[in-house]
Design a protein around this ligand. Sequence first.
Ligand code: SF4
Length: 311
Amino acid sequence: MNDTPYYKASRYFRERYRKCVQRICIDGGFTCPNRDGKCGTGGCIFCGEHGAGDYIDGCTIARTSSCNRTVSVRGQVDKRIGGYKGRKRFVAYFQSFTGTYAPPERLKALYDEALCSDLILALAVATRPDCIDEEIASLLESYKTRCDVWVELGLQTSDDDTARFINRGYESREFVRACGILKAHGIPVVAHIMIGLPGENMTHLAETVRFVNSCGVWGIKLHSVYVMKNTVLERLYREGKYTPPTMEEYAEGAVYVLTHISPDVVVHRLTGDCPPELLVAPEWNADKSRTMELILGTMRENGLRQGIYYR
Ligand code: SF4
């Protein structure tokens, strides 16, 4: 839609590729250093059993070790591409857990496997900043002769006190360091931000937006915090120690982010979707279209656009 008041990823894809582009979410069988003891145990307090990959299609994940996926990367890609007809093109997106947390030769084999079709125009890898180094950045850069490449970094917040509370397992300066390495290798960064983290208010969110702008990211994904079954956050919620944001509070935060982020930043996501069977709270998380209507309606009614307050 032309009057969409923010720089939607679909617009970016249309302008760049002249095609409709769909993400193929891939489970590469990774784990996470914040779970296996390398930098922490238990993981982030909101993180579910599948490490942000709960919606991955075609992958029956019964994970007891770091590499226990039951469908190969090639199988996942083939299944998704086979399900689409017509002129679609695809992004191979390593979504689950930490997509650079393996030896480089293993990473290369997985990324090669994912790029098995000419219909795939880009490789996207979700990971943690503390799992980015020169060697991994060079490997990712090597794919730029084949397709576009970007890295998605789970920041959630720039506030290190909140980061400790949610057991993120790294300080925000790691994010700056990783962005610097990736930028030197010409690899764009998508920052993941969460609205409604425990103890956070609009002041924290404003600081996170300022921080993200200062890092020169290429894209963002916004997620509302939701309480998922079998997480530490579920325990806190049931003990009355955490209250998720209302839809109105989330929309207010999302509008703030959109109006203060650089107008050049590509917005890849505006909501976080919890699989219905795993959702504990808030109920409104299941109503994505109403959430989007509230965000877009607020912006349109008030004549707001992405970056209108960006400095
Ligand atoms: S870094 Fe990502 S995969 Fe690891 S525990 Fe946190 S949310 Fe889960």
